[in-house]
Design a protein around this ligand. Structure first.
Ligand code: PLP
Length: 350
């Protein structure tokens, strides 16, 4: 049994294929970029070749953007592999993983299974990572600090300057893992540029994924940015680069270069998110301001009852509980899907 507040394991319901709106896994409702699809099909012709050159190509593109070296990057099939590798490494000898309550718990659950303790500090009143509280809880048995920014399920972000200062102070003592799965939903100019801390030699691990704005949840592509020694350590638990297929890799390169498609997806997400936030607020619900492709808000029904009734209406969402309060987490779908969500929500809550 987990000891932290947000323990949650999602099991796909059997009636998932019947959903009218699948708003439960923070996927990209617009699909993959047409340019990525074209590259993917073309890459099928190279399916018989190992993809040594192509890894280099994508790493060079990322390295340039992040201000790091290609040797600071390890590709992976989604960022889950990086999270699991980190859990395997840092929890194997027990100790403590320090984090916030009410966050993404894959790495935490795995760490706990391996025998580590999870120390999850309460969130701030506005559902953000409480970095000062986390820093104050640093004890010698802490093996890893796990931050999620933007956070899942709250959608909140921590101020970039505060996060940077936190990393500079904490990372010399213990590695800081920053899960940036939703970073692409920041406007590019406002995005934290933590790559520069890696370039400065700081012991941080950034985990990124193509599953969100790039729509690669099924294709599977992600990467870690860290010190080369750290990547070598993590590589003992994952095949890293080599676990990625040439088709996914070539599609990833095309998508990474397709800034127009990313901007389109970000703008559509912001539009549908704002519609949903407004509709819920007008109904008297306190929506937590989200910087990502999902929204969290407290509900007034039993979570399972709410979930089942939404599913019965063909709308797939997830529920969470924090401090005894149930919440709905709804992924931002297309504008049409969000209209369906609001209509069904009105029906379900009466
Ligand atoms: N980190 C966070 C915060 C997530 O929400 C997710 C998936 O939803 C992941 C990591 C893992 O995503 P993937 O393995 O598809 O990259």
């Amino acid at each position: 049994q987990s000891t932290f507040a947000n323990e949650f394991a999602f099991t796909a319901p059997p009636d998932m294929p019947k959903l009218r709106a699948r708003l439960l896994a923070n996927e990209n409702p617009l699909g993959i970029a047409p340019s990525a699809k074209e590259a993917l099909i073309k890459a099928a012709d190279s399916g018989n070749r190992y993809a040594w050159m192509e890894f280099g190509q994508l790493k060079d593109l990322i390295a340039t953007d992040e201000g790091v070296k290609a040797t600071n990057i390890m590709m992976s099939p989604g960022s889950s592999d990086i999270l699991m590798a980190a859990a395997d490494n840092f929890a194997k000898a027990g100790g403590t993983i320090l984090t916030s309550a009410f966050t993404y718990d894959d790495l935490l659950r795995r760490s706990e299974k391996l025998g580590a303790k999870i120390k999850a500090m309460p969130m701030t009143k506005d559902y953000k990572f409480d970095l000062p509280a986390i820093k104050a809880s640093l004890t010698p048995d802490v093996k890893l600090v796990y931050i999620v920014n933007p956070n899942n399920p709250t959608g909140t972000i921590v101020p970039t300057a505060e996060l940077e200062a936190f990393c500079r102070e904490v990372a010399p003592k213990v590695p800081v893992f920053i899960d940036e799965a939703y970073i692409d939903f920041y406007e590019p100019a406002e995005r934290p540029k933590l790559g520069k801390l890696v370039a400065d030699g700081q012991n941080i691990i950034l985990a990124r994924t193509f599953s969100k704005i790039h729509g690669f949840a099924g294709l599977r592509l992600g990467y870690a940015i860290a010190q080369p020694d750290m990547l070598k350590t993590l590589h003992a638990y994952t095949n890293g680069d080599f676990a990625v297929s040439i088709t996914t890799l070539m599609a990833g390169i095309a998508s990474y270069k397709d800034i127009a498609w990313q901007n389109h997806c970000r703008a559509e997400n912001a539009k549908a998110r704002s519609y949903t936030t407004k509709a819920l607020t007008e109904m008297g619900y306190e929506v937590i301001p989200s910087a990502a492709n999902f929204i969290l808000f407290p509900i007034r029904m039993k979570p399972k009852t709410f979930e089942n009734q939404m599913f019965a209406n063909g709308i797939g969402i997830q529920t969470r509980e924090y401090n005894g309060q149930p919440f709905c987490r709804v992924s931002v779908g297309t504008s049409e899907e969000m209209v369906m969500f609001i209509d069904s929500f009105k029906k379900v809550v009466g």
